[in-house]
Design a protein around this ligand. Structure first.
Ligand code: SAM
Length: 246
């Protein structure tokens, strides 16, 4: 079936079987795994997941792609769901892994949607824009997205994927990141409180915290953070700050 790629849905389809295999290896998919794929597209990654995993569920927003996926004999065992992944309720129990090549603009909402649920995935392996991948692994976290992810997971940048491996070719290169979800409360008991403070501070990231978090000057001074900018705080610093604020 011929399909005209929809730009507004971030449709850049992978063309390389080698890259597909590398993604599945990075995710360490075994025949015991339940996989959730977001955005199967034309099904190149889905076919490999169907071969390697015990069960695969693939959620695709574009209804024009559904018949091609449902009629593909290589995907006979795959559950295909026509839904927006951001509205999809993840499994309430049991372990599962997310493996996906997603449009970069859903990176942040998608990670929030799945990592903050009662039953988050054990790991998330994503092919995303290279620049975003590099931002996510910064230590200390240099952006709200990096912090948001690192409060819930350990991210690693697995490998780069040049633009030539997609059709249509995106303007920028991509990369695969792997997020190992941490045990609940492993990093902090206060992720929501930290994120509330961090959002306020990162909204004017060039300013010192004594400016952006004015209401908490005594706590910032106590921790010697008053002259720092949000991108210089480690997760431990954020944790201490949140713990000192009622
Ligand atoms: N997995 C395929 C591949 O590697 O060739 C397609 C990847 S393409 C970058 C992203 C896919 O995600 C497209 O098929 C697009 O229609 C789908 N998509 C975009 N937004 C989505 C959403 N909110 N929920 C589910 N799928 C979405």
């Amino acid at each position: 079936m011929s399909h005209k790629a929809k730009k507004h849905l971030g449709q850049n389809f992978l063309q390389s079987q080698t890259i597909v295999e590398q993604i599945v290896e990075t995710a360490e998919v075994t025949n015991k795994d339940r996989i959730l794929e977001i955005g199967p597209g034309l099904g190149i990654l889905t076919e490999e997941l169907a071969k390697k995993a015990a069960h695969t569920t693939a959620i695709e927003i574009d209804q024009d792609l559904i018949p091609g996926l449902k009629n593909n004999p290589a995907l006979a065992r795959v559950e295909i769901i026509n839904e927006d992944a951001l509205q999809f309720t993840p499994p309430k129990t049991g372990k599962y892994k997310i493996v996906a090549n997603i449009p970069y603009y859903i990176t942040s909402p998608l990670i929030t949607h799945f990592l903050t649920t009662e039953n988050p995935p054990v790991s998330t392996t994503l092919l995303i824009q290279k620049e975003v991948a590099e931002k996510i692994v910064t230590d200390p976290p240099e952006s709200i997205l990096a912090l948001q992810i690192q409060l819930y997971a350990e991210p690693t940048l697995a490998f780069l994927v040049p633009a030539k491996h997609f059709n249509p070719k995106p303007k920028v290169d991509s990369a695969v990141i792997h997020l190992e979800t941490l045990q609940k409360n492993a990093r902090t008991k206060n992720p929501e409180k930290i994120l509330k403070l961090a959002k306020q501070a990162f909204s004017q990231k060039r300013k010192k915290l004594s400016n952006t978090l004015r209401d908490y000057k005594p706590q910032l001074t106590k921790l010697d953070l008053q002259d720092k900018r949000p991108q210089h705080l480690t997760i431990k610093d954020w944790e201490q700050l949140a713990n000192n604020i009622k």
